[in-house]
Write a protein that binds this ligand. Structure first.
Ligand SMILES: Cc1ncc(COP(=O)(O)O)c(C=O)c1O
Length: 354
């Protein structure tokens, strides 16, 4: 793979105590072009601007998909990736739905590893630090006809992050706007899904809520997910999460929690979850916990859920199951516990020095 290293690393001038999420980028990026029906050889270059013509397809029709994953550093200064194959699988599922050619495994996996070998120092070993990884593909043909592009660009950029351990969050059940519809692209990480969510989310933020809970687009009676997280409830000692559909993004954290729960012998159900049953469980005192899961937050507890003018306060538990999962997951991700599911892989043991 052609690798062009940066001549001036920004590593020593970056303030690692101040890392607003997704705003600081590491030194290098992977770039791979798709032309004439095939993905060409990927290369690694210094992180920097990319040039494109105003008529580039993605700017007009949003034919673009992305992924979100993290690398962690263990106590031996080794960079660990968490379930990277799952991200590749989901990226390609998204690509198929958006009429984008799938990324070959070697381009994704080898490209990612080479990139992390170069920028491993951007992943700090201290507790709470991780390196957020953003693979993405966009339509790069220069045309404004409304049809699928025939040229694409795949890139990977990385961004150091610190876990701010957000406290518990306040959610509101969205009863007007929808994130996704049946037959649509909700199960894909399509860029446009996020563009469409900003307006309702901003409105909810202005009313003092951290995030919205997305419901089904037909009747707004069934719970789907929350913001960019999957959602979970503990009712009467049963752990419940909405079953996946074409309007829900199948989170890799969700899948990991499911496996941890089953392994721990917890009674867990993936099924349709109605707004009415959450309201009922809150009223009759059986709603014990609610929490969200996703790569960015890992696991975050929900403090309240509002439905129109009814605020359901979620009781504070002494030993919440959500925090148990959070610890278990983070221990695995940082290589602090035995990797019984074979979820982590080491990138390198020697970090490239600049
Ligand atoms: C809409 C949506 N739901 C759920 C998730 C959680 O997915 P994961 O656990 O793979 O980060 C994300 C984040 O990627 C998301 O964007």
């Amino acid at each position: 793979m052609k690798i062009t290293k940066t001549s001036i690393s920004r590593l020593n001038t970056t303030d690692f105590s101040n890392l607003p999420f997704g705003t600081v980028f590491s030194d290098h990026m992977l770039v791979c072009h798709y032309k004439d029906g095939e993905w060409l050889a990927p290369q690694i270059e210094p992180y920097g601007p990319i040039s494109m013509f105003p008529g580039t397809q993605v700017l007009h029709y949003g034919q673009s998909v992305f992924e979100g994953m993290k690398a962690f550093k263990n106590n031996n200064d080794e960079v660990l990736l968490f379930r990277k194959e799952e991200n590749l699988k989901r990226l390609n599922q998204s690509a198929v739905r958006l009429s984008i050619p799938e990324i070959p495994e070697d381009v994704f996996i080898n490209g990612l590893i080479e990139l992390l070998k170069l920028d491993g120092e951007w992943c700090k070993a201290d507790d709470g630090y991780s390196l957020y990884i953003r693979p993405f593909i966009f339509a790069s043909s220069e045309w404004i006809k409304a049809s699928s592009s025939d040229e694409f660009t795949f890139m990977i950029i990385t961004s150091p992050t610190i876990n701010y351990y957000p406290g518990s969050i306040d959610l509101v059940i969205e009863q007007h706007f929808s994130r996704a519809t049946n037959g649509g692209v909700g199960y894909a990480k399509a860029a446009g899904n996020y563009a469409g969510s900003f307006y309702p989310t901003k409105k909810a933020n202005a009313r003092g809520f951290t995030q919205v809970i997305w419901t089904d687009s037909k009747e707004h009676k069934y719970i789907e997910e929350s913001g960019t997280m999957n959602i979970w409830f503990r009712i009467d000692n049963k752990l419940i999460t909405p079953s996946l559909s074409d309007s829900i993004l199948g989170g890799i954290t969700r899948d990991s929690i499911l496996k941890l729960a089953i392994d721990a012998g917890i009674d867990v159900e993936e099924r349709i979850v109605s707004v009415a049953e959450i309201l009922e469980a809150s009223k009759n005192g059986t709603l014990q916990e609610a929490f969200g899961t996703g790569t960015a937050v890992t696991v975050v507890a929900v403090k309240s859920i509002t439905l129109e003018d009814i605020k359901m306060n979620i009781p504070t538990q002494e030993n919440p199951i959500s925090m148990r999962f959070k610890k278990q997951l983070q221990d695995l991700q940082y290589g602090r516990s035995e990797d019984i599911f074979s979820w982590t892989s080491k990138v390198t043991s020697s970090i490239t020095a600049f």
